[in-house]
Design a protein. Structure first.
Ligand code: BGC
Length: 485
């Protein structure tokens, strides 16, 4: 965790404020009372894990849903992908809610949406109601995905901000893994209802953690609730200097007010960083990551894993556990080696492994039967893909998105890139099965491989290295660039 240094801190801070994290005054005491710190961390981890759970659970549920409602691939795509559609809208609304109602109430609403969404899905008598449940849960995912990192960044002591916020990212991968694990345990014709319903339990735990945790003093200050802000700062351990810390919050809030309009995000002088952030957000999804996260059981089924139990096992360990563990590679090397080497190596790895998956499917198709080795080759290649993604496009995308924008537009630009990321996730998950239907498994994976190659060339040409540079240096480089101000 020691390697989660400057970059992560910067990224984290950018979620919290438009004030430069380098200048951000340390408003939260360095050492939080243990119970306070534990409840804040619990909120962050549960929010991340729920996001991941909602992402991962569908791969195990699809086969049962298909049987229960006797539906085709288009309905299955809608069932799968509408979580991302809900998340796209939820992420746009989340920041607004968090400012209007407070971080805690927004996270409580997200927890309620998770619980309602989970129960609706689990009890759904037909596909439209199931889809409605997915949309509701997805909206909760989007709201939490904005509110939780924001809450994390605002409640973290400055020196630990990176850890607080990046633990959210790690929690997503853990959530996916847990979902796969539950899928495996419940594999069977009717297991899908429980798989989807189980999300209500961590949803309730999240609500409980939010109720115990404190509200952000920064939000209290923002809405003029001075006494509440002071009381919270004292509860967080600032018995002696709560006034001074509140003054520091007020100062950074004044800097935030200077931030300009939404139109500024699209001003020509910021076109280069906007393109880089949005480009990475799209590229991350065009690698096909969520086609694999969502449809891995079906992919393994097509690759010759005959029983649901075998498919679930390959998914849990080959995809879920590998995803969690490989995220630590990025945490260890992102600041030392830099973003570009990780991205370049990862894209090469993803392109090659996707090409191999495509080849395994192509061979099976041309032989007219599944070669005995196709399943093993597919598993090895998909593991290689997940490792390559988890140390590169996964975490590097979010790091760069959070550090590449100038101060004055950062909050809004990050929201745009995040919504674009979910939009792209929606498109990929919405059309994956149709694509497989139209051109076959082999060409679908080769298409993702081709996107990785195009992305690789674009990264080499257009994405600058940001390792070790302060946010101010990065911002100055855009101003100096042709067309900059
Ligand atoms: C992506 C998600 C993806 C996850 C997989 C994240 O960085 O944004 O779309 O499901 O990684 O671990």
């Amino acid at each position: 965790m020691g390697a989660m240094t400057e970059t992560m801190r910067r990224g984290a801070a950018s979620a919290a404020s438009s004030a430069s994290p380098g200048e951000a005054p340390s408003v939260i005491p360095d050492k939080l009372p243990f119970a306070r710190a534990a409840s804040i961390i619990a909120v962050i981890l549960l929010a991340g894990a729920l996001f991941g759970y909602d992402q991962g659970v569908i791969s195990g549920a699809l086969i049962g849903i298909k049987k229960a409602f006797d539906v085709g691939h288009v309905a299955l795509e809608i069932v799968t992908s509408w979580v991302t559609l809900g998340a796209m809208f939820g992420s746009l609304a989340g920041g607004y809610f968090a400012d209007l109602f407070g971080r805690k109430r927004t996270l409580l609403a997200a927890a309620a949406l998770f619980i309602i969404g989970a129960l609706v899905q689990s009890l759904a008598p037909n596909v439209p109601i199931l889809v409605f449940g997915r949309l509701v849960a997805g909206f909760g995912v989007g709201v939490a995905a904005v509110a939780a990192p924001l809450y994390a960044a605002e409640l973290a002591p400055a020196a630990q901000r990176g850890r607080f916020v990046s633990s959210y990212q790690l929690a997503i991968t853990v959530g996916i893994f847990v979902a796969y694990f539950v899928n495996q345990a419940l594999a069977g014709p009717d297991g899908w209802r429980t798989m989807l319903g189980v999300a209500a339990v961590p949803g309730a735990l999240l609500a409980l953690a939010v109720l115990i945790a404190v509200e952000s003093p920064r939000w209290f200050a923002k809405v003029g609730r001075r006494e509440d802000a002071l009381r919270t700062l004292v509860a967080l351990g600032a018995e002696h200097d709560a006034e001074a810390r509140l003054a520091a919050i007020a100062k950074s809030l004044r800097a935030e007010v200077k931030a300009r309009s939404w139109g500024e995000v699209f001003a020509p002088r910021w076109r280069t960083p906007l393109m880089i952030g949005v480009g990475l957000a799209v590229l991350q999804q065009l690698t096909g990551i969520n086609a694999i996260i969502y449809y891995s059981n079906s992919i393994f089924a097509a690759a010759g894993y005959a029983t649901p139990a075998e498919q679930a096992q390959a998914t849990t360990w080959g995809i879920g556990a590998v995803n969690v563990l490989s995220t630590f590679i990025a945490i260890a090397f992102i600041d030392g080696l830099g973003r570009r080497p990780l991205l370049i190596a990862g894209l090469v790895g993803m392109a090659l492994s996707l090409a191999v998956v495509g080849f395994a499917f192509w061979q099976s198709a041309t032989e007219g039967r599944l070669g005995s080795s196709a399943g093993v080759i597919t598993l090895i290649a998909l593991v290689a893909f997940i490792i390559s993604f988890a140390f590169s496009a996964g975490p590097v995308t979010w790091t760069v998105i959070n550090e590449i924008y100038p101060n004055e537009i950062r909050g809004r630009a990050v929201a745009v890139a995040t919504a674009v990321n979910w939009g792209a996730a929606f498109l990929v998950s919405a059309f994956f099965l149709s694509l497989v239907h139209a051109i076959g498994q082999a060409y679908t994976f080769w298409l993702f491989a081709a996107f990785c190659v195009v992305g690789l060339i674009w990264v080499i040409v257009a994405v600058p290295e940001t390792r070790g540079r302060s946010l101010e240096e990065i911002e100055a480089s855009w101003r100096q660039a042709p067309g900059g101000s």
